[in-house]
Design a protein around this ligand. Sequence first.
Ligand code: GTP
Ligand code: SPV
Ligand code: MN
Length: 604
Amino acid sequence: MAVMTKNQKLLDWVEEIAAMCQPDNVVWCDGTREEYDRMTNALVKSGTFIRLNDDIRPNSFFCRSDPADVARVEEFTFVCSEKEEDAGPTNNWADPKEMKDKLRKLYDGCMKGRSMYVIPYSMGPIGSPIAKVGIELTDSPYVVVNMHIMARVGSEVLRVLGESEDFVRGLHSIGAPLSTPKTPDVPWPCNAENKYITHYPETREIWSFGSGYGGNALLGKKCHALRIASVQARDEGWMAEHMLILKITSPEGEVKYIAAAFPSACGKTNLAMMEPSLLGWKIETIGDDIAWMKFGEDGRLYAINPEAGFFGVAPGTSMASNPNAMRTLHANSIFTNCAITPEGDIWWEEMSDDQPELLFDWLRRPLTPGSGRTAAHPNARFTTPARQCPVIAEEWEDPKGVAIDAFLFGGRRATTIPLVNEAYNWHHGTFLGSVMSSEKTAAAAGKVGEVRRDPMAMLPFCGYHMGDYLAHWVKIGNEHDDSKLPKIYYVNWFRKDADGKWLWPGFGENSRVLKWIFERCAGRAEAQDTPIGRLPTPDSIDIEGLDLDAKDMKELLKVDLEEWLNETPDMQKHYEKFGKKLPDELVWELERLEERLREPAHKV
Ligand code: GTP
Ligand code: SPV
Ligand code: MN
């Protein structure tokens, strides 16, 4: 496409990057269907994509990555703020100038033999007052077609940007130059030895090198919409959070909106589009991963989903666990690191009860049941358009957003944390979010299963000092009317019994917990004070028709004082990392928690 902008700052920057990376040519992306088709065809031709059987899954593609490039790499993710203190103890920091000097050596000539694509994108509906523009420069056609699905891409974005300088500059390279245009390429070029995902919050820049996978490469998502946006949100008094957004409608037709922060691979996509088991209740999707929220003139918090697609965890997704995701990805989708069937469809663990007799695993090796290998990589993902979701809410692209009634926090914890717990107020809820803990999943490279504290599910995604981030939450509570702020809950779908089995059935049955939360927000359901917060009274959660032992329900709602007292020293240790930046309000909350645990009769 011809250059469709007169934005000199943008043109200069593109020229400067092209001079450094030395691509064979520069391609401006227009975001059209024609462009998408042309590029997916080229990806099929080059062997990166396999077109799936059009009769089974129209216009969809299978893609396998390099086994050394399968997830986000937190170890190589940097926040390069001017001052080290601003990155804080939970981020890797490097001096911006030093990091850029080091990276320039890697970027020098890194796009030789390839095209450099200029992707103008909008996070949020184009022109929404909450939306933001970014430009991603990349040498990966895989990134271009994924960005087509995940964000609003193309000429319209350039038109809205006009001559403004207000855009995030994202540079991405897979770091695999071809010495001559004839040099043979591989299906998934990357630079596994030199991965750097770097952020420059002051100048709103992102430089990513070496990886083509997910959040490392689709820069609109975690790099822009969370790490850079969280800094803008702090400066401008709004919130950029790792949260799904859902709409819940009661049988009487009353509507509430809920946003929930769970760490990666802990159930956001599933909750956002679940099919409720409770008759008469309706759940619809606004977003499944990220929420941008601003205060309206009425003092309430309005949320938009900045994304346009879902980049969802594939394994475990089935007609039983998440039927609406299955219906969404019936066509026009990209599947990375799933398995493929001889008929030309995709498969992954738990998609069907029985594994097909013959499969080709994510590395395209033949696989038969009982071989001991998994078919899909645990972080295999689908990229699919949000508008195809059968339960997408009609207001999902409303530029003003939806007014949030409740926030949920939660993670994977086999013990201690009850099914649901209501915070006493905003600051207590901020405390619960700040000490959130979860077992690590395959969404990021590293050891799976380790429990770590992950404040508000933002540990890998906060672009500044975590102590300042918590202070931002506290400040919101100080500056806004508690009665208009979302009520805060802490949930845990992942508690296990002594044999290691899930105590709670999860998925569509989570609607029972959402119903309790809905009724609490409406001032109806019963709760009882405990040292950790307000829990449901024994029969205020609707478990009618659910095959659940009374004993198990009791276990799910148990607050074991001893277990909790064993947790508090670790919370203390977690807090010590933040030093003087930790808000006094949260120190006070932790002290009160300990006091209440030691003296449970003590009233709140
Ligand atoms: P990211 O895209 O990485 O941010 O993940 P996510 O938070 O959207 O997680 P997702 O909904 O994709 O779920 C991840 C895994 O958790 C899947 O394998 C699900 O099957 C499983 N899961 C989701 N909800 C539940 C639940 O209620 N109970 C149980 N036991 N597992 C669940
Ligand atoms: C996550 O890890 O939280 C994801 C996937 O949503 S990625 O886009 O890779 O960040
Ligand atoms: Mn996520």
